[in-house]
Design a protein around this ligand. Structure first.
Ligand code: TRP
Length: 449
């Protein structure tokens, strides 16, 4: 007797949204957005960023959702079903490789997060001077054993969640971690706003200065919207293939983009008032999170708990992001190569662990291995963000905007059988014109920079 195996799906609409917001909210929101905003004219940057989310972000989210939900397949199966006579389905390999590249370097930073969480919890992180915090971080990344161990530990947690499957693993974890992440953020916001001199941080973040924005700032905002919303490598194609057919896609896309933007703004409200209130200089990236912020937390009353809470927040944000990155190759392997989920998970785990270990080692024993002046970690970061995400997004926008049958898009946009022509025109016109032009501008800028 042949038995048709049911494909997995998310259990509830809330769960589907939690997983997608989990994918979107990551390190990008917490260490890059606030700083970019502050550096590029505050409110002016935020205004441009919001425009990018509306004109670029939401339409590209929709293009991925249309591909995924209309077929309920992985990227390759989906493209094969939508364009059976063409070879576009090979593009899926590009997305799968992209997801592995991004997951590999991203996990190294997640490894740093859990080592800092461990140190904060055991009390060893406390009690240093600001200069010592820089040294603590340099010592850590300079140690091959520590760097690799924590990265591998993080990936073991990540792939253990993946083993639990779409509903219990991906959705289950997101449904618990995302609400908690919002609670922690709000507690932090209240605390930051009550600090003396918090207005200086808010001015840095919000006061609009169009002269400081410039073209660099505009291009940064476009790239940031792309990274933050997890676009380009079929993460949202994969997730939406697990959505139910009756959820209102457009509404869900707007909700996801809004919550992601809200987290980015709240992260700024948490970080800068505190940084300025204690007389520190704002910074971006690893330096902000691993050098400046520990100094700030330990000057607050209850610093022990603030530090733990902050690294828990980062852990939730990063784990739900790597989960979405891992789901891309796992769904691909189970459907295209008929592997069991367990075997596909194990295979991905081995590949990502090896590549991530190389990235972790590029700060110490492999620091001499460089391509065009970049170590392995920076190379993966550069290629992942600038090649895979951007070219992937360009492909999806053009494919859905210009080539996909109109009826498929109409059906996916429909709510109770009716499609608003405003929604259709908004999505399709942005995909046809604005998104490709914007992506080409970013690419040109990065290539010539
Ligand atoms: N959006 C995440 C962040 O802001 C990064 C991320 C997770 C991502 N999954 C992705 C980026 C898929 C591109 C594609 O940190």
């Amino acid at each position: 007797m042949s038995e048709i195996k049911q494909r997995a799906s998310f259990g509830t609409r809330m769960g589907a949204i939690a997983a997608s917001v989990g994918s979107a909210v990551g390190l990008g929101n917490i260490w890059r957005f606030p700083y970019q905003a502050g550096e590029n004219g505050g409110g002016a940057y935020i205004l441009v960023y919001l425009l990018c989310v509306v004109l670029l972000g939401i339409p590209v989210i929709m293009s991925e959702f249309v591909i995924g939900r209309s077929t309920h397949k992985n990227m390759k199966g989906a493209l094969r079903q939508l364009s059976p006579k063409s070879k576009v389905h090979h593009f899926a390999y590009f997305c799968v490789i992209g997801s592995i590249v991004i997951c590999s370097f991203y996990s190294v930073v997640c490894g740093w997060v859990i080592e800092y969480l461990y140190q904060a919890a055991t009390g060893t992180l406390a009690g240093h001077t600001p200069a010592e915090y820089s040294q603590v971080f340099k010592d850590f990344v300079g140690s091959p054993v520590r760097g690799v161990t924590w990265t591998v530990l993080f990936l073991v947690i990540n792939f253990a969640v993946m083993l639990l499957g779409v509903r219990r693993g991906v959705e289950g974890v997101s449904r618990v971690m995302m609400p908690l992440l919002f609670v922690i953020l709000i507690v932090f916001c209240v605390n930051s706003l009550m600090l003396p001199g918090s207005h200086k941080g808010l001015e840095f973040l919000f006061s609009p200065d169009f002269a400081a924005l410039g073209w660099d700032g505009v291009v940064d905002a476009m790239g940031q919207a792309f990274m933050s919303l997890s676009l380009g490598i079929a993460a949202l194609v994969t997730y939406s293939s697990y959505f139910s057919d009756d959820s209102p896609l457009m509404k869900d896309a707007v909700t996801i983009a809004s919550l992601d933007t809200l987290v980015a703004l709240l992260a700024g409200v948490v970080i800068f008032p505190a940084v300025f209130s204690f007389g520190f200089e704002p910074a971006a990236g690893p330096e902000l999170v691993f050098e400046v912020l520990p100094s700030v937390f330990y000057q607050m009353t209850g610093g022990y708990w603030w530090a733990i809470l902050f690294f828990v927040l980062l852990f939730f944000a990063s784990l739900t992001s790597t989960i979405s990155l891992s789901e891309i190759p796992i769904t691909f392997l189970t459907e295209e190569f008929k592997m069991s989920r367990a075997f596909a998970t194990l295979l991905c785990a081995v590949v990502v662990i090896v590549l991530a270990a190389l990235c972790a080692l590029s700060f110490n024993v492999l620091s001499g291995a460089t391509v065009a002046g970049m170590n392995i970690f920076s190379l993966f970061d550069y290629v992942g963000s600038n090649v895979f995400m951007l070219l992937g997004g360009l492909f999806t926008a053009i494919y859905v905007g210009w080539f996909l049958h109109k009826q498929v898009i109409m059906d996916q946009l429909a709510v109770r059988g009716r499609t608003s022509s405003f929604d259709y025109n908004y999505v399709v016109q942005c995909l046809r014109f604005f998104a490709p032009v914007a992506i080409l501008i970013i690419l040109y800028y990065y290539v010539t920079a």
